[in-house]
Write a protein that binds this ligand. Structure first.
Ligand code: MN
Length: 191
């Protein structure tokens, strides 16, 4: 039995506007699927079979960690996007105000960090053990769970996430991303 499954996108492939249907097709149906399939092949017949995803992420190394983490990160990323511009729920707005001064200042900081996340990686909004929210960047397949941080929001800055639509203009992709955040999902994560 396959341990990881490829979830459907929570919106139509042409719904986001700033990310094209072509990019979403490659990103979800090829990149994300390959991470899921490879992770399942690596898990099959090992002590990781039947282990919950979080358990695998906490103990796996090398290729298994990379593929399971990329599967987790992509599932999280696609849930962070919304076709419609959403209002920021009050508790999220309060957390952003407290940490960054305002939601707009958070967006600026987030874009700056993600633009400067060198090479391939992910830029997150996380909550730490003191219940403070902050920006946290990881490289390659990294995720904040490995550092004991709770992920609230992520943007994929691997080139495959934006190159067909934005080429080298990562900052433009990030500015558009910031206006398509699924704040309802962020609020669900901030418990
Ligand atoms: Mn990706």
């Amino acid at each position: 039995m396959a341990l990881l499954t490829l979830p459907e996108l929570p919106y139509a492939k042409d719904a986001l506007g700033f990310i094209s249907e072509k990019t979403l097709s490659f990103h979800h149906d090829k990149h994300f699927k390959t991470y899921v399939d490879t992770a399942n092949k690596l898990i099959e017949g090992t002590e990781f079979a039947g282990m919950p995803l979080m358990g695998i992420l906490a103990t796996a190394k090398g290729a298994l960690f990379n593929n399971v983490s990329q599967a987790y990160n992509h599932d999280f990323y696609f849930k962070c996007l919304s076709p419609e511009k959403q209002d920021i729920p009050e508790k999220v707005d309060a957390a952003l105000n407290s940490a960054f001064g305002s939601a707009e200042k958070f967006k600026e900081e987030f874009i700056k960090n993600a633009a400067g996340n060198f090479g391939s990686g992910w830029t997150w909004l996380v909550e730490d053990n003191d219940r403070k929210v902050r920006i946290f960047s990881t490289s390659n397949a990294g995720n904040p769970l490995s550092s004991g941080l709770k992920p609230l929001l992520v943007v994929d800055v691997w080139e495959h996430a934006y190159y067909l639509d934005y080429q080298n203009r990562r900052a433009d992709y990030l500015k558009d991303f910031a206006e398509h955040i699924n704040w309802g999902f962020v609020a669900e994560n901030l418990v």
